[in-house]
Design a protein around this ligand. Structure first.
Ligand code: NAG
Ligand code: NAG
Ligand code: NAG
Length: 684
């Protein structure tokens, strides 16, 4: 394990049970409340042995005067557990085992010393527990503040959204009303105008009719007559040209119900010390075959926890680092499965942690073998992941003759890094990215940082602080560089994606509350962030602002499903290429999430995979895939046809993860099992 958690010293055994019985000078068995020092309080000037003078059972003959001279010897009766003088030793205690007081005192002191040491030995353990508890308390408090802020922000955003919708509706109402009102008003005006014309003309005509019929007015009356004729036949809009309907349809019931259930505070009462793991995968497994461990979470009293979402981590490792890859499946009922595959045989340590603490019995000893039985041994050649280093050539020999056309020979240019925590050292590095300005970025997952190098492999800088607060990293597994220079980091354990400036200054996080276990990240042609959520088996597409553009995928073996997606790359057509670790395939999707192409199957032959991880795509659309379990790198054309291997035979890979193309056209890969990254020639 590379975490700081070194195995704790064995629990301190309660001293009282293991210590030899202490012969305290139980001077005061008769006077229970008294303690040692009281010996001297009753008769201050009196020497030690006088203490027994106060013991009621002491015989009267034993009077102080007889003790005025110091006794020759001082004795201790271990039967009565009192000091006695010679007189008493021969008298009342004659049949009792007595011995020299000094020896008894010595034994007593030794016992006391032993108890002192035992008690003191508990102090470091207490200090350690205090540190750990304070840390947990601090983290809990931080978390509360963060979530409080998240709640405020989320609801402010909801309010804003509601306000916007309100304005839109009010505006729509205004516009609709206005249009209708205009039509009706115009009709009204027309009618009023018509009415006015008729009334006026009629009045004039009536006036004319009431007067004398005169030739002089004939002309005017003819005019009136014509107007009246026109008015009587004038077309007027008597039928309403609009209706009065303006209704509001507002289905708020569903929304209100949603709002009532909006948001959930997630936690469990699970504690590591009570939680247990079971399953054969706890002790043994076979190289290349998935193994399973079941974890039952329990609370402090040992009662089962019945809800999911606990923060669990699992790691199979040697002192040199991680040798397995797998997923934790949350059944949401307090039970979890850790399904993993190991890529080499040997004895390993399997660490299972709940909230960063080892669960009961963790770390476990795991024995990984090639085959469980002779039958299996026969099949071995075909069993996934069972290949030895360099047997890639065997695989190639079985493959198409095309391999001969592979112009590549021994392609390594250089390797950088060893296991460690310093600059240029790695502990289980995962994602790799290359920027257009000649940098290589490495997500150093167990060192909780990102390290930056030049294309030539010179260390440039690193950043990252371990933690669960925004701006901190818990398990950075994916890294990408945005065209604007920002560095995008998928944090598997923090369940979000962090964005840093090119100088490593924290800017924002995205996907928080949505993502379950983001492993790989990439950037598409629109500058959108593509996130591969390994746990949710979903690909998310975000704007850099954090707004979700779209998502696709779920757990399964269907067309739009994944069995364990790890990394993604985007080609020139903005198509998304995803490696599906447990389906041993590579899947290509449209930006809308329609499956265009799927290639690969489980095996060691050309174009086959044993758990693909890192993926990159070149300008011609060729796809480069890290084949984790087969410890090799394969190159395919855009239609998924196998083209070649990158020749890694001189210095074999060991569980390669992230992979990228550098700005100078080389392939850089995270050689996780070897805790280094390697740069290879590519199609040159
Ligand atoms: C939780 O769910 C899984 C899968 O459905 C089941 O196998 C397991 O027994 C359940 N565990 C408990 C404690 O109910
Ligand atoms: C890989 O390179 C080595 C030299 O290190 C060479 O011997 C071998 O033939 C090459 N393999 C392939 C498959 O090209
Ligand atoms: C991978 O998925 C396909 C369907 O796309 C399915 O038929 C196949 O069985 C899966 N392979 C494995 C190894 O799960």
């Amino acid at each position: 394990s590379t975490h700081t958690q070194s195995s704790k010293p064995p629990p301190h055994t309660p001293p009282s049970h293991t210590q030899p019985p202490v012969h305290t000078l139980l001077l005061h068995t008769h006077n229970p409340p008294h303690t040692l020092h009281t010996l001297h309080t009753h008769n201050p000037p009196h020497p030690l042995h006088t203490l027994h003078t106060h013991n009621p059972p002491h015989p009267p003959p034993h009077t102080p005067p007889s003790h005025t001279q110091p006794p020759v010897t001082e004795l201790y009766c271990s039967g009565c557990e009192v000091c006695v003088c010679e007189v008493c030793a021969l008298g009342e205690h004659a049949d009792h085992p007595t011995g020299p007081l000094l020896a008894a005192l010595g034994t007593h002191r030794d016992g006391l010393q032993e108890r002192l040491t035992a008690a003191q030995n508990r102090l470091p353990q207490i200090s350690e527990a205090l540190v750990s508890l304070r840390e947990i308390l601090q983290q809990l408090t931080n978390q509360r503040a963060l979530i409080e802020e998240d709640i405020h922000i989320s609801f402010e955003e909801l309010h804003k959204t509601l306000d916007v919708r309100k304005s839109v509706l009010l505006m729509e109402l205004e516009v609709t009303y206005g249009l209708k009102q205009k039509v009706l008003q115009a009709q009204l005006d027309t009618l009023l105008h018509g009415q006015g014309g008729i009334v006026d003309t009629c009045t004039q005509t009536e006036k004319a009719l009431s007067g004398e019929a005169r030739a002089a007015s004939l002309q005017a009356e003819r005019g009136l007559g014509e107007r009246l004729r026109d008015l009587a036949s004038q077309g007027l809009p008597f039928q309403a040209e609009e209706n009065d309907q303006l209704d509001l349809l507002m289905e708020t019931e569903g929304l209100r119900k949603s709002i009532h259930k909006l948001g959930t505070i997630i936690t469990t009462s699970a504690v590591a010390s009570q939680s247990e793991a079971s399953g054969v995968g706890l002790e043994q497994c076979i190289v290349g075959l998935p193994a399973c461990v079941t974890i039952m979470t329990r609370d402090k009293a040992g009662g089962p926890c019945r809800s999911g979402n606990a923060i669990l981590s699992a790691e199979v490792c040697t002192p040199d680092g991680s040798v397995a890859d797998g997923e934790i499946l949350d059944y949401k009922n307090g039970t979890y499965d850790f399904v993993y595959t190991v890529n080499k045989e040997g004895e390993f340590s399997l660490a299972l942690r709940l909230y960063d603490q080892h669960i009961k019995g963790s770390p476990f000893r795991l024995r990984v073998t090639r085959s469980p039985d002779p039958e299996g041994a026969k099949r071995r050649g075909k069993s996934p992941g069972s290949k030895k280093k360099g047997s890639r050539r065997t695989g190639s020999a079985l493959g198409t003759p095309r391999r001969k056309e592979n112009p590549i020979e021994d392609d390594l240019i250089f390797r950088i890094g060893t296991k460690g925590r310093n600059k240029g050292e790695f502990t289980n590095l995962q994602g790799v990215s290359a920027s257009s300005n000649g940098r290589i970025l490495i997500a150093d997952s167990n060192n909780q940082c990102v390290q930056i190098f030049s294309n030539e492999g010179e260390f440039n800088s690193r950043f990252g602080v371990r933690g669960r607060s925004p701006g901190q990293l818990q398990r950075p597994t994916g890294v990408a560089v945005h065209p604007n220079g920002d560095i995008i980091i998928a944090d598997y354990d923090n369940k979000w994606v962090s964005i840093f400036s090119s100088e490593g200054k924290y800017k924002a996080k995205l996907g928080s509350g949505r993502l379950m276990g983001p492993k790989g990240v990439s950037v598409d042609q629109n500058g959108h962030v593509i996130v591969v959520d390994n746990k949710a088996c979903t690909v998310f597409i975000f704007q850099p602002t954090g707004k979700l553009v779209s998502k696709f995928g779920s757990r399964g073996n269907g067309d739009k499903q994944f069995a364990g997606p790890h990394f993604a790359a985007v080609n020139n057509n903005n198509e998304i290429i995803v490696t599906d670790f447990h389906n041993h395939s590579v899947k290509v999707f449209t930006p809308e999430g329609e499956l265009l192409l799927k290639f690969g199957s489980n095996g060691e032959g050309n174009g086959q995979f044993n758990a693909p991880t890192g993926v990159a795509v070149d300008v011609n659309g060729n796809i480069i895939v890290a084949d984790w379990g087969n410890s090799r790198i394969q190159v395919f054309d855009g239609s998924g046809s196998f083209l070649s291997y990158i020749n890694t035979s001189a210095d074999p890979l060991y569980g390669p993860q992230g992979l990228a193309l550098t700005s100078d056209g080389h392939v850089v890969v995270a050689d996780s099992g070897n805790h280094c990254f390697k740069v290879y020639r590519y199609l040159q």
